[in-house]
Design a protein around this ligand. Structure first.
Ligand SMILES: O=c1ccn([C@@H]2O[C@H](COP(=O)(O)O)[C@@H](O)[C@H]2O)c(=O)[nH]1
Length: 274
């Protein structure tokens, strides 16, 4: 089964376009786990178990694990997600980008070591830095296109003078991903929920690609505008929220609170489809 098949299956089964992001920060854990980096697995597994029937995907962000020397816990968590929620695809948010020989190692890390179904990548180093990931049949790769942070303007919004029509860099990335770079239909794009106009533009240029859309919740992105701009019946969007779900409560009820916030966000997104 390919990553895209998994996405469609989870969207349908869970009636969802919500992705729960797993960004474990021990200082924000509830009492009993608080400050303890050895509890990263326990915290994340509890969130996974509470939300697995509500999501289209899970998105662990690798930095939150490696910063705490918790790669072993990430391996266990990936195994747990595959066992407890086999229908839900896992997007490893690693934002890799390097020369081909190094990219081969990063691809091996994402798909063989961690068993991710998809990975996030920076396209900045060009196609040969993306190609090694495409050797893994059925796996997905999301290219950063128009990111959710204000600094995304610095490069992504600049026009490329040498190209016909002087497209903005993010528009060029969207065209490449929809067209010549998408050799086996494995590519998707990352577009921030904080920029709904750009989501709409990316959707115009990349009508069939899955869009990974972080930025609702803690970053204040507009969930309804996001869906109106990006959702198409035949092209999934994966709207990701991390902190708003993970830290919905700092108390002993954090699991129930996370589920409530995931339910609330899922309902908001579904309702916006019109
Ligand atoms: O443009 C981007 C690309 C990736 N991210 C990642 O998504 C989550 C957002 O977390 P929240 O707590 O929901 O704000 C985080 O892992 C980022 O690294 C992004 O925010 N924007």
């Amino acid at each position: 089964m390919t990553f895209t098949d998994m996405l469609r299956g989870a969207a349908q089964a869970n009636r969802s376009m919500l992705c729960v992001g797993l960004d474990p920060e021990p200082t924000r854990f509830p009492a009993g786990l608080q400050g303890d980096a050895n509890k990263i697995y326990d915290f994340c597994a509890a969130i996974v178990d509470a939300t697995a029937d509500l999501v289209i995907a899970f998105k662990p962000q690798i930095a939150y694990f490696s910063a705490h020397r918790a790669e072993g816990q990430l391996e266990r968590l990936m195994e747990h997600m595959r066992r407890a929620a086999p229908q839900v695809p896992i997007i490893l948010d690693a934002k890799r980008g390097d020369i081909g020989s190094t990219a081969e190692q990063y691809a091996k890390e994402a798909f063989e070591r961690y068993g991710a179904d998809a990975v996030t990548l920076s396209p900045f180093m060009g196609f040969d830095s993306v190609q090694p990931y495409l050797q893994y049949e059925g796996k997905g790769a999301f290219l950063l296109c128009r990111t959710s942070n204000p600094g995304g303007d610095d490069l992504q919004n600049q026009r490329i003078a040498g190209l016909p029509g002087e497209p903005r860099l993010y528009e060029h990335v969207a065209r490449l991903a929809q067209g010549p770079w998408n050799l086996n239909g494995q590519l998707g794009l990352v577009v921030g929920a904080t920029y709904p106009h750009e989501i709409a533009r990316v959707r115009e240029l990349a009508p069939t690609l899955p869009l990974l859309i972080p930025g609702v919740g803690a970053q204040g992105g507009d969930a309804e505008a996001t869906v109106r701009a990006g959702w198409r019946a035949d092209a999934p969007i994966i709207v990701s929220s991390s902190r708003a779900v993970l830290y919905a409560s700092a108390g002993g009820d954090f699991v129930a609170a996370a589920r409530r916030e995931a339910e609330r966000t899922r309902a908001l997104l579904q309702a916006a489809r019109g």
